[in-house]
Design a binder for this molecule. Sequence first.
Ligand code: SF4
Length: 377
Amino acid sequence: MRLIELLLSPFIRFIAGLLVVLCMNLERLPLPFLVSRTGYANPRVRRLVGWTGYWAHTLRLTLPNIRKWMKTRGELFPAVLQVQTINRCNAACDFCPYPYTVHLQEKRIMDDALYSKIVDECAAEPGLHDFVPMSKNEPLLDVKMEERVAEFKRKAQPHQLVELVTNGSPLTPVRVKRLMDAGVDLITVSLNAANEETYNRVMVGLSWRQVTDNLDALSKMDLSNVNIYLRFVREQKNREDLRVFRERWGDFNLFFFDVNNRSGTVRNYPSKIMDYDRWLSHLKRISASHVYPACPYVFSLMHILENGDVPMCANDWANREVLGNLREQSIREIYNSPRMNQLRELMAQGRFEDIEACRDCSFYHEWMKPVWKGGEA
Ligand code: SF4
């Protein structure tokens, strides 16, 4: 297999390189059709269109830090920062470890002083692009969310945007209006089904009627300043719904990707995983490793828990390694700590399996693990 990878490598590297250049410059290209139907009057999100627009945006945010560090081993600041302001969700989704991880903790809400400290540090850093006051929770259960968005937007630099990711059940027209007044730029609704039956199997604990009523009301509102994405996490229970999902929700931007195992914490993951032909899964791994020489989670992203703890990776719901706490340290200090740089060095050398959280992570096994190391996605 190593021989096949070596033979295919130059061709795949060329194609992957072309795609990266295209994605990195997509927003600058004079393409009149590349304007979103939602958020078209907001310069921070107007060029975010559909599936490719979201991936291009992600690539544009996450690649520069990796490249900079690989060249210079210099200081980094996260381009995307997630903050958990409340450790609660109202759902028990099939592909999410929340019911047997975060839900077992006592309910806690981030205090205002800590939140303001995080906002002040982020607003002072031009390298920070996306501020996401959501992590391992349903952010709209925090009744102060509108105030929190407004505080960030008051202090933010013009290019910095706020994204909220919600399951859509608390996204009533009243709250949408308040969020828009607060200045939210991008709202992503995790829907994951195209009919009630599938929805009940995948989005356990939520009401299809309530969420779709919210979305119907949303589609009638003035969305010129806020870009709306609907997200579809594809797994075995909803795989048949994707086509209808795309047809039904064409008023919004749509974004879909395959289920992942949240660093080994999703129960019964093998029963949910999307099966690919062996060659396709190898091709996926070869091309992804050419696009991303290391995992973006520790080079470009950071997430902060409601008590100020900073786990190594947002994807690890077990929080196996906590690198610091924002009550005593700054974001910059934690992001450039000796341990953080050691983790980056291990990844740069391809030694993912020497890192406990990565060893079990499907991102590593399905996207970044060299084909010659074996294993199937
Ligand atoms: S490979 Fe490691 S750093 Fe990357 S997402 Fe998985 S656990 Fe996080």
